[in-house]
Structures are given as C-alpha cells and as structure tokens.
Design a protein around this ligand. Structure first.
Ligand code: XIL
Length: 375
C-alpha cells in the first residue's frame, strides 16, 4: 500500500471507530440532550430484532469493512458463497473455502448466521439436472441429489447457522400461475420438490429454522401467489418455520399499507417472518436486465436522498410495530461502496440503496433509522 493511502486508511479507520464507540458525539456531555449521540444499529434494535448484513469474503478481509460489520450488525448472511453453484461446482466436489471464511467469521465473533440458499433455480451448477449423457435426470435422481446436497451443506455448518433459506424464489412472475414452471426443479418434479426440500432440510438439522424466501413478497399482485405456495406446503405437512421477505424495495414502493397487510397475512398462517435482503433502490423495480439509458445515471441527488429517508423511516416504523412477528432484518450488502444493484438490472447504473455511504460513513438516513425516538 502507498504511504498516502495508508494515512488515508488510518484516518478513516479512526473516524469510523470513534463514531462507533460514541466518542465523536461532542455536541454536549449530557446524552439526554445530545441529538447526535451515536447509537449503532444493533444497539438501537436490541429490543426488536437482530440486524444483519449480507457479506462476501472480501468484505471480511477489508479491515474497515470488517470493523463496520462488527460494530453495527449482530447477524450475517453469505451473499453468494453458500449458493449451490459456488459451493458445489461438480457432482463429487464441494468448494468450502469461501463459505468457511464466512462461517468462521460468525463463529469467531459470535454473530448469528443465516444460510442462503439451498434450492434455487439460479446460481445452480448445470451438472445438477443432467446425467452423464447430458439428458435430464429422473425425479428420483433429482431427489437423491437434493438430499445429498442439503445434508452435506447443512451438516457442515450445523453448529453456526441457525436459519436456512431452503427454497428461494419458486413463485411465478406471471399472475396466472403460482409456481415458476420454468425452473428445472419444477420441470423434473412438479411442485412436490418444495416439500421434499423442506423434509430433507429438517432431517439434516432438526434445530435449524427453515424459510421460504422470495422477492416482491409484499407486492399485492404477488402476495396471493406466495400465499398459495405456503398453503400448499403447510397442507402437505412440510416442516416450514417462516417466510423470508427479501425487501428489494425502492423509494417508490412498498406503501405502509402494502407492507402491513402482507405481514398480517403471512403471520396469520402461523409463520415467522424475516426481512432477508433489504435495500431501498433509487429506481423502480425491474426484473429483466437491460442496457443503461442515456441520462439515467442521475447520482444521489438531495431530492432522492429525501425520498429514501422517508421510505426507510416508514418501513422501519412498521418493522418496529411488528416486532412480535419479525425475527430478523438483514441488509443486502454493507454500504453504497458496492451494491449488487450497481449491476442489476442495469449494468453500470450506480445505486445508493444502503445506510452507509461509499466511504463507509453513516448517511443521514442511518441517523433516522437508529434515532427513532427523536423527532
Ligand atoms: C445476488 C448477489 O447479490 C449478486 O452478487 C449475484 O451476482 C446475484 O445474486 N435474490 C437473492 C439473492 O435471493 O441471492 C440475490 O443475490 C439477489 C436477489
């Protein structure tokens, strides 16, 4: 590292640590009068729910990002490295290295760890659905592979992962269908594959909490389809504990009413709820990837910032009111330095969806989220 970079890093590090431990809130010595007193996310929400963050092994290696994670969050999720593609690249080979780094970090620092994700049609290894001749496998072979994958991965992290996203995104995007019929799991086994996935997960680790996880899970047009899927699972006796609402939202949606009615509905099914992948995009949600349009990279303007503050305030107010049913809130990525939304759905469209800025400092919205008692 160049000496100037080193000095810059050290300054930033001191600033971050200073703020984390409250030494930079110097308006007054009386904490009761001090509107800028620095409270961390995990402190602010300790009587509500754990606050988590999705991490990559590179976040854990970067000393500043690591310090930020440890200061602010009580739970982590592996952003990618526990998905089947990365962790099980060949039929007889698992790639544990990066997943172990995340698990060992959680073990070493006593953080809660959510497992993500066992059965998903994306980021899945292509070998999974084919035999040696390249033909589609039978239902029995699919179940044998699912069982072996689920058992092997869950067993390795049994001591540290307390909750797993067992099935991810199995609901159709079309209002006419409940299930995503294009998924290879569905094509081989029909909707029964979901029940099997939960059964295998329960066998592997009877203590783990088992979730169905999806996006647009509070969008009125999709809530009913997710409800049908959950009812199917419950009727079939699948050992499901909860529903993961991803929370890839924007400054435009959801409304408070949409959020509360979805929370009411899922909890009425007797399911526990976690917000598993929260971020508030500056752009409306789009499913399909497309190229950047001219003038679209507008940056983080003051007006967008205000809208983002209002949206975060509104959803966190609802989360607090539903603390009896929400057992975790996890952000998807650490800071605006990097978000998956910089690449999706539009490659190169910079987004600013999180509570920490591009140099890891708390944004204005951070203070609104943690100081909810001060108006
Ligand atoms: C995303 C990761 O953040 C990206 O790095 C990766 O390229 C694609 O997947 N729903 C999910 C997450 O359940 O696993 C996805 O994570 C975001 C959408």
């Amino acid at each position: 590292m160049k000496p100037t970079n080193l000095v810059k890093q050290l300054l930033l590090f001191t600033l971050i640590l200073g703020c984390f431990f409250g030494v930079c809130s110097c308006e007054t010595n009386n904490p009761k009068q001090d509107k800028t007193a620095f409270v961390t996310l995990k402190q602010a929400y300790q009587d509500y729910f754990p606050i988590g963050v999705a991490v990559s092994p590179s976040n854990l290696k970067d000393s500043l990002e690591r310090a930020l994670i440890l200061a602010q969050f009580s739970s982590i999720t592996a952003e990618n490295v526990m998905k089947a593609g990365p962790i099980h690249p060949e039929i007889d080979r698992y790639n544990w290295e990066q997943a172990d780094q995340v698990a060992n970090f959680a073990r070493a620092h006593n953080l809660k760890l959510r497992g993500h994700a066992l059965i998903w049609h994306q980021q899945y290894p292509t070998w999974f659905f084919k035999d040696q001749q390249g033909n589609q496998i039978s239902k029995d072979t699919l179940y044998a592979r699912m069982r072996s994958h689920i058992h092997t991965v869950m067993n390795r992290y049994k001591d540290v992962i307390y909750a797993w996203d067992v099935v991810n995104e199995a609901v159709s995007d079309s209002v006419h269908k409940t299930y995503r019929e294009s998924s290879p799991f569905y094509q081989i086994a029909g909707k029964e594959y979901l029940v099997k996935a939960f059964e295998f997960a329960k066998e592997a680790d009877p203590e783990a909490l088992l979730y169905y996880n999806d996006y647009n899970a509070v969008q009125p047009s999709k809530v009913n389809r997710i409800e049908s899927l959950l009812e199917d699972l419950l009727q079939a006796g699948a050992p499901i504990d909860g529903v993961g609402i991803q929370g890839h939202w924007s400054i435009y949606e959801p409304s408070k009413e949409e959020l509360t009615s979805a929370l009411d509905l899922y909890s009425s099914l007797g399911l526990d709820i976690q917000i598993t992948e929260l971020d508030i995009s500056l752009y409306r949600w789009e499913k399909h990837q497309r190229p950047l349009r001219e003038g679209e990279n507008q940056g983080f303007t003051a007006s967008l910032e205000q809208k983002q503050i209002a949206q975060y305030e509104s959803i966190f107010e609802v989360f607090r009111n539903y603390k009896e049913v929400i057992t975790g809130v996890t952000f998807w990525n650490l800071s605006d330095r990097y978000s998956w939304l910089d690449h999706y759905p539009v490659e190169g469209r910079k987004n600013y969806p999180l509570l920490f800025d591009t140099i890891l400092q708390p944004k204005k919205v951070y203070h609104k989220v943690v100081n909810f008692n001060q108006k």
